[in-house]
Design a protein around this ligand. Sequence first.
Ligand code: SAM
Ligand code: SF4
Length: 323
Amino acid sequence: MQDTFGRSINYLRLSVTEACNFNCNYCAPEGRTRIDASPLSLDEITRVVRAAVALGIVNIRLTGGEPLLRRDIVEIVCALVAIPGVRDVALTTNAFRLAELAQALKDAGLARANISLDSLQRERFAKIVGVDAFDLVWRGIETAERVGFAPLKINAVILRDVNDDEVNAFARLSVDRAWSVRFIELMPVGVTDAAREFFARHFVSAREIQARLPALEPVTSHAERGNGPAKIFRLPNARGTIGFITAASDHFCAMCNRIRITARGEARSCLFGNDGFDVRAAINGDDTKLQRLLTEVVNSKPECHPLGDEFQIVAGAMAEIGG
Ligand code: SAM
Ligand code: SF4
């Protein structure tokens, strides 16, 4: 599927729940604005993905909220992997339930797991996410590695005066382990003064983070760079890599290959847009109705998200859209 700007759209980010057991302050700086709705069922998810795959989607990432809170998450992975044309089903998780679920997810056919981890210090971690769960999350990461999710990606949102003194500690994780540690620039979520102030106070640019790691060398091999938006580097003699995701300071709209579907069944053409195509309503027909709707979503993809003051995620929480 090509959008109106010639970009090839083959990637679906699918939120399977709005619910989350963590309360990361950057994810909902103005609190949750909507009450959790009932998410798409396993059957609805399967139908939507089948329609998307018929249009050219091949890679799917399950996100949320916290996807591992879905009781049927293993069944969802099984069902999606079995759809002819699906190349890769991956997951983004806070890893709270990963230690108990990693093996079942691997057996079900999950290809990869990206794990969010914003501090390596137990008490600070608890402060950021609102739950004293560092040990459990770390066990989840180790289990994920043991069952063979590779390369394991660790995503850290760096926040000024919160965890920006841990850049070197995060980077060191990539030296002894073949992990891909990715620094994610804070994105502005919400439109209230408090939300804007939160962003202004805590945003740290990738350029500033990179300047603190002068030994980084760019990675040139396509296999390690991948097709994603991250800019990839390596510390000398490191087994793993370091990436930067720069939605705020250096957008990557020109290579955007994705659409999103929220847990409550709305499709979005862009993370920063406010369009909500009602996918759930289209499920009740035959698949051509769904395919028409998803084609409309792709055709409405903007060339780029707005910059400056308008560069703002309009929902009250990333957990509602699926990060
Ligand atoms: N709960 C899962 C997790 O935390 O990995 C999946 C959903 S979460 C919304 C997906 C990703 O969005 C996480 O890596 C999280 O750090 C990131 N995220 C949430 N709010 C963000 C913000 N304001 N700026 C940048 N990244 C954000
Ligand atoms: Fe939950 Fe993930 Fe948002 Fe943190 S970033 S509150 S873990 S959805």
